[in-house]
Design a protein around this ligand. Structure first.
Ligand code: ADP
Ligand code: MG
Length: 246
C-alpha cells in the first residue's frame, strides 16, 4: 500500500523559505488535492514527493520507505504536467512505450500495457499519430496514458487541465475521477488553483497559504475533506479561499 508521509519538511531556494514545517499524511487510495494562491508552493510540494526537488530538511516516506535519497524513477510515482511534455518526434504509441523501454520491460508486456491504457483513455485510433496532430485534450490523455502504463502506486498531477478549454476541462476532469475509481488502490496527488476541481475531485484537500510572519515560508492552512473545509473552515483565510458561507 502506498501511504505518503511528509514529516517536518522544509524547502528553501537559496535563502528563500518556500515551504516550512510541512507535516502531511496521504493515505493509500486517497485523492489528495493541493490548493492555494499562485506561488504558495503547491508545485514545489508535489515535486518534493516526485523527487524532482530535494527537501532542505525533514523526511519523505512513500510506501514505508524513506525516499529522500531515491531518484524519481525509484519512487513508484508517475507525474503528469500541465504542459504535457510529450516527445514531439515520437508517435502516441512510442510516447507511452518509451519509459517502459528504458525500464527494460519486455516488448509484449509493453504492447499489452499501452493497449490497455489506450482503451481506458479512448486513444485507440490515435496510436500512430505524432503529438502535433492531436488536440490539447488528446495530448493530455496521452500524458496521462504515459503515467498509467508504468502502473505506479502514486499519480502526481500538476494542474493537468489548465491548458484545456472549458468543455475539455470538464470532460478530462471526469476522466481523471473515473481513473481514480477504476485504479482503486492508487493514490492521486493533484495540484490546482481551481476550487471547483478541488471540491469535485478531492477526498482530502490540503490548502496552502502564504505566511509572511515566517519570512515568506508557506504552511498548511487546513487539511480535510472538502465539505469539512467548506462547513468548518479553520480560519478566515480558509473561509475566504473556499468560499464558505459566512
Ligand atoms: P505554486 O505551484 O503554488 O504556484 P511554486 O511551488 O511553483 O508555487 O512556487 C513557490 C515559490 O517558490 C514561488 O515563490 C517560486 O517563485 C519559488 N520557486 C519555485 N521553484 C523555484 C526554483 N527552482 N528556484 C527558486 N525559486 C523557486
Ligand atoms: Mg504550480
Amino acid at each position: 500500500m502506498s501511504r505518503i508521509q511528509l514529516r517536518q519538511v522544509d524547502k528553501l531556494f537559496g535563502d528563500v523559505n518556500v515551504l516550512q514545517n510541512i507535516d502531511l499524511t496521504i493515505e493509500p487510495g486517497e485523492f489528495c488535492v493541493f490548493i492555494g494562491p499562485s506561488g504558495c508552493g503547491k508545485s514545489t510540494l508535489l515535486r518534493l514527493i516526485a523527487g524532482l526537488e530535494d527537501p532542505s530538511a525533514g523526511e519523505i516516506e512513500i510506501d514505508g520507505r524513506i525516499v529522500n535519497a531515491l531518484p524519481p524513477s525509484a519512487r513508484n510515482v508517475a507525474m503528469v504536467f500541465q504542459s504535457y511534455a510529450l516527445y514531439p518526434h515520437m508517435t502516441v504509441y512510442e510516447n507511452m512505450a518509451f519509459g517502459l523501454q528504458q525500464q527494460k520491460v519486455g516488448k509484449a508486456e509493453i504492447e499489452q500495457r499501452v493497449q490497455e491504457a489506450s482503451r481506458i483513455l479512448h486513444l485507440d485510433g490515435l496510436l500512430d499519430r505524432k503529438p502535433k496532430a492531436l488536440s490539447g485534450g488528446q495530448r493530455q490523455r496521452v500524458a496521462i496514458g504515459r503515467a498509467i502504463v508504468r502502473k505506479p502506486k502514486v499519480f502526481l498531477f500538476d494542474e493537468p487541465l489548465s491548458n484545456l478549454d472549458a468543455s475539455l476541462r470538464v470532460a478530462t476532469r471526469v476522466e481523471i475521477a473515473k481513473l481514480h475509481r477504476d485504479l482503486g488502490s492508487a493514490s492521486m496527488v493533484y495540484v490546482t488553483h481551481d476550487q471547483v476541481e478541488a471540491m469535485t475531485l478531492a477526498t482530502k484537500i490540503v490548502l496552502l497559504r502564504p505566511d509572511p510572519a515566517r519570512h515568506g515560508g508557506r504552511s498548511v492552512a487546513q487539511v480535510g475533506h472538502p465539505l469539512e473545509l467548506y462547513h468548518h473552515p479553520a480560519n478566515q483565510f480558509v473561509a475566504g479561499f473556499i468560499g464558505s458561507p459566512s
